[in-house]
Write a protein that binds this ligand. Structure first.
Ligand SMILES: *[C@@H]1O[C@H](CO)[C@@H](O)[C@H](O)[C@H]1NC(C)=O
Ligand SMILES: *[C@@H]1O[C@H](CO)[C@@H](O)[C@H](O)[C@H]1NC(C)=O
Ligand SMILES: *[C@@H]1O[C@H](CO)[C@@H](O)[C@H](O)[C@H]1NC(C)=O
Ligand SMILES: *[C@@H]1O[C@H](CO)[C@@H](O)[C@H](O)[C@H]1NC(C)=O
Ligand SMILES: *[C@@H]1O[C@H](CO)[C@@H](O)[C@H](O)[C@H]1NC(C)=O
Length: 535
């Protein structure tokens, strides 16, 4: 059972495993009123661990879609980015850019069929990536979009869509990455780090997920003051809100798409949605090509603070929210995010914390599930445990506490914390690592006792550990057939079971999968919004 109340899990394990390293210099420096502290980094250790492992990865970020963290990030010089729109003119101001062609193609549509065109067509207040006009873009359409669209016609408006290609002309070094499904326009918590913290921390938590153009304007206004040039977010694909297209970006081309008035035409639509999902799935484990460098050592996370992150929706208890925090707490996070970009903020070495989480997960994820399978004999279990732990044990002088310490630190040794974030992350990752190591040594003790209940006790201990760790890798599908994709609920697609138990899905199967995401006012006030173009 992977979906657990995040708070019971941390209460259960925090006292034993949370011993921030004593040499940590920031005990005093940051543990002041409402500030980030190793204590909370430790209490939320597994969530920090999972956030680091999931950064810029579509798989983890889709399952843990309520991102609680911010990172500085860089896109290198000469990176290609795409924008779909209804105009061939190069964009000059703020707009959305997709990292994937498939993503931008969804927005490469003519301008006809703007607001008022009808439900299911083009909800207002949308943008990514493209949309052409303020408030007039569209989210990726549902799977039936092409068919619905094909019989509409209006001679007066641009009929062609355009796929724009841009290229960075320098490294974009002042970007803020918002983790989770941060471009998912839902009222489930995907937008909390934007709307409740960056937007206006003093506002009481509302629930209007729409108006992405207005949201982007707010972000860029903050960015103009703080020295942030763009924002990286994720929906079905990663995207960049770039605040000024004429600074650091070069227009490469605008290719027109087939005339939509006569329908998409044969061979132009049938596979488009499925192939889009296939393209998104190709980024499950990273966006690839070195296109984004995340500065883990700059992480600001709600998990570092003393906050009530309980989800008011008990059915979603495994997903944190910022709705129960107060304005001064949110203000504190916001100012910590902004100070990342302050010119006085000194240069630092970036520690590859994600690489460390990868080393830990690849060592243990399959082996923990193997130990938890309830048909192993005590001697198979003991062989497995000995294999895992022998490296830490000096058999002429076995001391369990020393062995646990060695086990805890083995993957953390190369990382020498320098920034405040480094120290907090170190506290989290070593707490997780210590939890794994002490559980495995406990399992070893149980097995060596040769008690008749050993097997059951081991299963219990390992399953508790698995529940605590809650690693998204355990929900992966394995290799799907060529005509299928491993499908997890990704805004705006997916049925509830696609979030709970992702599986291989074929082309026909994908069309009907919806219902997981809460679209906020879309569902209840669709017509009203069409007319109002509410922001
Ligand atoms: C970016 O790359 C282009 C092409 O290689 C080069 O001409 C340009 O000088 C680079 N920009 C910077 C700021 O290095
Ligand atoms: C965008 O960048 C260009 C080039 O640096 C600059 O001239 C222009 O004023 C900027 N626009 C805005 C709105 O900041
Ligand atoms: C935390 O927030 C939840 C949900 O809003 C609320 O039910 C609970 O009472 C809060 N806990 C504390 C300690 O304030
Ligand atoms: C042992 O149990 C696991 C599931 O817990 C199952 O996948 C596996 O096939 C079983 N192995 C044997 C030999 O029964
Ligand atoms: C396995 O369990 C049996 C009895 O349940 C016991 O006799 C045997 O010694 C155990 N073996 C190990 C390696 O613990």
């Amino acid at each position: 059972m992977l979906f657990t109340n995040i708070f019971t899990a941390s209460i259960l394990l925090s006292s034993a495993s949370c011993l921030p390293s004593s040499q940590s210099p920031l005990e005093e420096s940051v543990a002041n009123d409402n500030g980030p502290s190793p204590k909370y980094a430790c209490e939320n250790a597994q969530h920090v661990f999972n956030a680091i492992h999931g950064a810029m990865r579509q798989w983890d970020s889709s399952l843990k879609h309520n991102g609680m963290s911010y990172f500085a990030a860089t896109i290198p010089n000469n990176t290609l980015l795409y924008h779909g729109t209804g105009s061939k003119e190069p964009v000059k101001t703020m707009e959305w850019l997709a990292f994937e062609i498939e993503h931008a193609e969804m927005f490469a549509r003519g301008r006809r069929g703007g607001p008022g065109r009808g439900p299911g067509r083009r909800p207002p207040g949308e943008g990514p990536p493209g949309g052409g006009e303020p408030g007039n873009g569209a989210p990726p359409p549902p799977f039936t979009f092409m068919e619905e669209d094909s019989n509409a016609a209006d001679e007066n408006l641009e009929q062609h869509g355009y796929l724009h290609t841009y290229r960075t002309s320098r490294a974009l070094t002042k970007l803020l990455y918002l983790d989770g499904m941060s471009a998912g326009k839902t009222s489930m918590g995907t937008l909390d780090t934007q709307d409740l913290v960056l937007g206006d921390p003093s506002k009481s938590p509302g629930s209007n997920p729409n108006g992405d153009y207005g949201r982007a304007q707010v972000l860029c206004a903050i960015g103009a003051e703080a020295g942030i040039e763009g924002f990286i977010r994720m929906e079905a694909g990663f995207e960049l809100i770039l605040c000024n297209f004429t600074d650091g970006l070069e227009f490469v081309s605008a290719f027109s798409r087939p005339d939509q008035n006569r329908g998409p035409g044969p061979g132009m639509s049938e596979m488009a949605q499925f192939e889009y999902v296939r393209g998104v799935a190709a980024r499950y484990h990273g966006i690839g090509g070195g296109r984004v460098a995340v500065d883990y050592s700059s992480m600001v996370s709600a998990f570092f603070y003393n906050l009530n992150l309980t989800n008011p929706d008990p059915k979603k208890a495994d997903l944190p929210r910022l709705t129960s925090t107060n304005p001064s707490e949110r203000e504190h996070i916001k100012s910590d995010v902004i100070s990342l970009f302050s010119p006085t903020n000194s240069q630092h070495t970036v520690i590859d914390w994600q690489g460390i989480t990868d080393m830990i997960i690849t060592r243990y994820s399959d082996r923990l599930q193997f130990l938890a399978s309830n048909n192993l004999t005590n001697s198979t279990m003991l062989s497995e445990i000995n294999f895992l732990l022998n490296v830490y044990i000096d058999y002429t002088n076995p001391t369990i506490s020393t062995a646990i310490e060695k086990c805890t630190n083995i993957y953390l040794t190369p990382a020498i914390p320098a920034t405040i974030a480094d120290h907090l992350i170190h506290a989290s990752l070593s707490a997780v690592s210590r939890q794994i190591c002490s559980t495995l040594f406990e399992v070893r003790t149980i097995l060596l006792s040769e008690s008749t209940e050993a097997v059951e006790k081991v299963n219990q201990a390992v399953n508790d550990l698995i529940e605590y760790l809650d690693w998204p890798v355990w929900l992966e599908c394995g290799k799907c057939a060529w005509d299928e994709v491993c499908f997890v609920a990704i805004w705006p697609w997916g049925a509830p079971e696609d979030h709970e138990k992702p599986g291989c899905r074929g082309f026909d199967d994908l069309r009907s999968r919806r219902g997981y995401w809460d679209f906020g006012v879309y569902e209840i006030g669709f017509g009203l919004l069409i007319c109002g173009r509410e922001m």
